[in-house]
Design a protein around this ligand. Structure first.
Ligand SMILES: Cc1ncc(COP(=O)(O)O)c(C=O)c1O
Length: 338
């Protein structure tokens, strides 16, 4: 019996070769500081270390916890919290210990909070078309002035085109990214600074405006991004065990929605087999065309539709060889929590 088969399921498997191929492909396209990898997609300092070894020394985070763990792991040479926080006090010890900390601000309140806590550097977060954080492009200059008047260094602007990165139709994606970035350019003109931080896996080769791209999902991938025809492979699957099989034609495996991010829809079963639905602890599916239904005790691999929330449910990932029978390493998902 292989070591993988002896894993308690559900368990995250990372195909080491696919991960390396994804990391290398992105680093070739966006070398060094052109990529500011977003760690929220993997929440794993071991994986971030691989990204650093490939030449990326600046990282994007979504939570204070991610900032703390990255700094503690010695990966804090340039950390951007691309999110609004009203209590920055936990970030000060990181800066005191030598990490470079930049936070996003989009309001007088967040500027005030950053200044009050003693944060040195900010980016003005600009709304570029998605209902999320970010000030109006026309307010960005005023907010930058206010930040500077409070002693903050404004490094530039941030504007995430999240409404565009997942569009399957490439010409439409191009168009939407272009329109979003036109807003960011306008804001940047009034803000100043060297940095225009934007983009994600779906726009890494399209966004011509950003000085740095904040892609994260490319490393492990998911079925939503796989539809875009990007040069990144599925590196992460969830190993599950078939715990029940019904002669009427369905099987149940132990990977339910408490082990999976479901906001991008149902996952898929590697090798086929229509997924019927997921409940708390179950994935229910039928046999792939021309194949038998897996028997009780057999293992299947599940491909998540959305990588970030999926990884966040698990406390470790198992790096496996090409055949997924040997565990090469175990990496803690050490940036979970807030
Ligand atoms: C601020 C920010 N930047 C970039 C990204 C892109 O990440 P990904 O490459 O996983 O799409 C996200 C994803 O939600 C984000 O919130």
């Amino acid at each position: 019996v292989s070591r993988v088969l002896r894993l308690q399921t559900p368990a995250l498997l990372v195909d080491a070769a696919a991960l390396e191929a994804n990391l290398s492909a992105m680093s070739a396209a966006l070398p060094g500081a052109r990529l500011r990898p977003h760690v929220k997609a993997h929440k794993c300092t071991e994986l971030a270390r691989r990204q650093q070894q490939l030449g990326h020394h600046s990282f994007t985070c979504a939570t204070i916890r991610e900032m703390e763990v990255m700094a503690k792991a010695g990966l804090g040479s340039d950390l951007l919290l691309a999110n609004e926080v009203l209590d920055c006090s936990r970030l000060i010890p990181l800066a005191d210990a030598g990490a470079r900390v930049t936070v996003a601000v989009d309001s007088p309140e967040t500027v005030k909070a950053a200044a009050a806590a003693g944060i040195a550097e900010v980016l003005i977060d600009v709304n570029v078309g998605m209902p999320r954080c970010g000030c109006e492009p026309s307010d960005a200059g005023r907010l930058a002035d206010e930040a500077r008047s409070r002693g903050l260094t404004v490094r530039g602007v941030l504007g995430y085109e999240g409404h565009a990165v997942g569009l399957e139709d490439r010409p439409r994606r191009l168009q939407e990214v272009e329109e979003a970035m036109a807003k960011l350019v306008t804001a940047h003109r009034n803000v100043g600074g060297d940095t225009v931080s934007a983009g994600g896996t779906g726009s890494y080769d399209i966004n011509q405006v950003a000085t740095e791209i904040q892609a994260g999902s490319y490393a492990l991938m998911d079925t939503a991004y796989a539809k875009l025809g990007l040069p990144f492979r599925h590196a992460l699957t969830i190993l599950a065990t078939v715990i029940s099989a019904n002669p009427a034609g369905w099987a149940v495996a132990d990977c339910g929605l408490k082990a999976l991010g479901m906001d991008h829809g149902n996952p898929a079963i590697a090798g086929g087999g229509p997924v019927w639905f997921c409940s708390d602890e179950h994935i229910v599916f039928s046999a792939a065309e021309g194949r038998a239904l897996p028997a009780v005790g057999e293992q299947v691999e599940v491909l998540p539709a959305h990588i970030d929330p999926t990884v966040a449910y698990h406390d470790r990932m198992h790096l496996v060889d090409d055949d997924h029978v040997e565990i090469l390493d175990v990496w803690p998902v050490d940036m979970r929590g807030w």
